[in-house]
Structure formats: structure tokens, C-alpha cells
Design a protein around this ligand. Structure first.
Ligand code: SF4
Ligand code: SF4
Length: 362
């Protein structure tokens, strides 16, 4: 079988899981009818070199009551995925109450955490509160991870957190930031995910925002990113876990361009979902299209969340895919649209062309 046929076959075999667990659409973070992600705090017990929220959000955190209001509004969008992130969300004392409240609606409730604070008791409480899935980050094995995360012993503690979640019935997925520094670690991380029987890894292109600005030289170049896609397609032939590049919406255009998947496989490509089906709330109530894109559409302390989502000029422009440069004329505009965060990080314009792409007509 050719690599393309093997990938197609893998996707065919895992289709039910993919549809059941994630998305009707397939693209960067994709879930219909939408994803509402609330960064509940900027506080954290780690010092990650690439942290996108560090130095990006100021002002007082939303209170518990304000959080309840946000969750209630989000539920009016339909059965969305509601995610808690940070900083480290477990540093908020009311996190279990917030999860429990979100779980009382028809929503899938998930959390992104560094996992280092999760013992079996914590995992039990999370499960009881209604958490369905925890995403934890691993950027290398052992000391490579610790170096990236700025704290010795972080790797072992995150592994403990993963095992505790699995034991207590909270599903686990991995987040891995892909850079020049840790590129050689990626096969080892995939092996770890296979060994732990995890079903998906989000392989995250480093967007140089927040603290990441200081290490922008480790972001993959266009050529390196293309090689990364080739490597992931080849790796997927043997990996049990689903390898899903994120902050890289042209992965789906690339697969289609190479004839590796098509709509007959049952996938509806959505590409970048920022501001279309994905909405991010910073700790101070600012609403933005994506965690990595700090340009704000409004603040829920000044204007209702649903009003911002439905009527802000920014979200209207993103929904209409009013993108510029090579993204404007690209045949893959609808199914990709370019990473709006990467465009913003590079040019300050969230509608500019995605600077890391070889598929458009330059
Ligand atoms: S802006 Fe980038 S990271 Fe955010 S949803 Fe779009 S492609 Fe993904
Ligand atoms: S040119 Fe833009 S829309 Fe086309 S594939 Fe590249 S990033 Fe996507």
C-alpha cells in the first residue's frame, strides 16, 4: 500500500472514534456547533518558554458568578464543547464548581492542564464534577520536557496526572508544541502516547505570542513545516494514536492536495475555526477568536458574550473569510483559510495571509 492509501485506511478504521470524540468538521481545533474556551487564570506553577498567555492578559479574573454567566450564555449556542484552560486552571479554587455548573448543561466539558497537580484524589473530584477529558502537554521526554517547561520534575508529575485521570475515568489527550528544538522528540512522544493508549495528540505549531515572542527563531520555517506534514503522514501509518497538527490549518489542504483524503471519506474540512466556531475568553473577560490571537472582539463585562459572538465586526469578517494576500485567492480558502493567529503574530493583521504556506499562488 502507498503511504496515502495507508493513511486513508487508518482514517477509515478510526472514523467512528474521530466523529464520536471530536468533530463533524476536521481542521484546526474543530467541533460543531462550536468550541468555547475560557482561560480562567494567568496564574501557573510552571514557567513554560512558549506560554502564549503570559504577558498577554491583564486585569482582574472573572469571578465565579461572572463565569457562571458566561457558561450559561455559551450553552445557548447549542451543545458546544466548553473548555477550561489557563494558566493552570487547577489553581482556581472554584474550578470544581465551574466544571460542575458547565456539566449541568448539554455540553462536552474538557480542560487543558499541565497535569502536575493531578493526583488520584484530584482526578476523582474532576470526574465527579463532570469533566470528560483532560488535555496535558508533553514537549519531550524527561529533562527535555522539564527544560521547556522551566521546572525540574514536571515530566514525571504530568505522567502521574495522566495515569490518575485514566484510572479515574477521565479521558486523556496530549498536546505537544512542535519546534526546531524538540523536533527529534516527536517520534518518542508518539511512542509514549501509543504506550499509554492515548487516542489523539494535538501537534501544535508554535505561535510566537506571549513569552513565545522571545523564542520565535525556533518556529518551523515553511520548508520545515512541509517536511513535518510529510513526517506525520508517514508516522500515522504505524501510530495507533491520531496525529493532529494544530495551528496549521493547511494540513487538511495538504492532505487533500496530495489526494490522501477527500470528502468521500466522510470528512468536512473546516480549516481555521477562529471566530467561526471557536471563541476564546481571556481571564479578564476579553473575547478573542483563538487562544493565540489576542486581538479582542469585545469584553463580556461590557457586552454580552452572545452579542459579541454574533455581532462583532471581527467575527463577521472571520466568518466571511475576508482574508488577504495568497489566502484570498487560494483554492483552499474555504477548507483552510490560513492560521489567523500566525498571520496576526507576524503582521499585526489577523486577516493577512498565513506566512507559513506553500500551497497558495504566490
Ligand atoms: S487561528 Fe490558528 S490556532 Fe487558532 S483556530 Fe485558527 S488555525 Fe487554529
Ligand atoms: S494560501 Fe492560505 S488558504 Fe491557501 S492553503 Fe495556504 S494558508 Fe490555506
Amino acid at each position: 500500500m502507498s503511504p496515502g492509501e495507508e493513511l486513508k485506511s487508518w482514517i477509515g478504521t478510526h472514523k467512528n472514534e474521530i466523529f464520536a470524540n471530536d468533530a463533524v468538521g476536521t481542521g484546526c481545533f474543530s467541533y460543531l456547533p462550536g468550541e468555547v474556551i475560557w482561560a480562567v487564570t494567568t496564574r501557573c506553577n510552571l514557567r513554560c518558554k512558549h506560554c502564549s498567555i503570559a504577558e498577554m492578559s491583564s486585569g482582574e479574573e472573572l469571578s465565579t458568578e461572572e463565569g457562571f454567566g458566561l457558561i450559561k450564555d455559551a450553552a445557548k449556542l447549542g451543545p458546544v464543547k466548553f473548555g477550561f484552560t489557563g494558566g493552570e486552571p487547577l489553581l482556581r479554587e472554584d474550578i470544581y464548581d465551574l466544571i460542575e455548573y458547565a456539566s449541568s448543561f448539554d455540553m462536552q466539558v474538557v480542560m487543558a492542564t499541565n497535569g502536575t497537580l493531578i493526583t488520584n484524589d484530584v482526578a476523582k473530584r474532576l470526574k465527579k464534577a463532570g469533566l470528560e477529558r483532560a488535555a496535558m502537554s508533553i514537549d519531550g521526554i524527561g529533562s527535555v520536557h522539564d527544560e521547556f517547561r522551566g521546572v525540574n520534575g514536571a515530566f514525571e508529575r504530568t505522567l502521574r496526572g495522566m495515569k490518575a485521570c485514566e484510572e479515574e475515568g477521565v479521558a486523556v489527550q496530549l498536546f505537544t508544541t512542535v519546534t526546531r528544538t524538540n523536533y527529534a522528540e516527536i517520534p518518542k512522544i508518539i511512542q509514549l502516547a501509543d504506550d499509554l493508549n492515548l487516542w489523539r495528540i494535538y501537534l501544535i505549531y508554535l505561535i510566537a505570542m506571549g513569552r513565545g515572542k522571545a523564542i520565535s527563531e525556533v518556529c518551523l520555517s515553511t520548508d520545515e513545516n512541509m517536511k513535518f506534514f510529510d513526517d506525520m503522514v508517514n508516522k500515522q501509518k504505524e501510530a495507533k494514536t491520531w496525529l493532529k497538527p494544530i495551528c496549521n490549518p493547511q494540513y487538511w489542504a495538504y492532505l487533500k492536495d496530495a489526494g490522501l483524503v477527500d470528502r468521500e471519506d466522510g470528512f468536512e474540512f473546516t480549516g481555521c475555526t477562529a471566530g467561526i466556531t471557536r471563541f476564546h475568553i481571556f481571564p479578564n473577560g476579553d473575547v478573542t477568536p483563538c487562544a493565540y490571537l489576542p486581538a479582542k472582539a469585545g469584553n463580556i463585562r461590557e457586552r454580552g458574550f452572545l452579542d459579541i459572538v454574533r455581532n462583532s465586526e471581527m467575527f463577521k469578517a472571520l466568518r466571511a473569510r475576508e482574508v488577504k494576500g495568497q489566502c484570498a485567492t487560494c483554492k483552499y480558502k474555504r477548507i483552510c483559510g490560513g492560521c489567523r493567529s500566525r498571520a496576526y503574530a507576524t503582521s499585526g493583521d489577523y486577516l493577512a495571509e498565513d506566512p507559513v504556506c506553500w500551497l497558495g499562488d504566490r
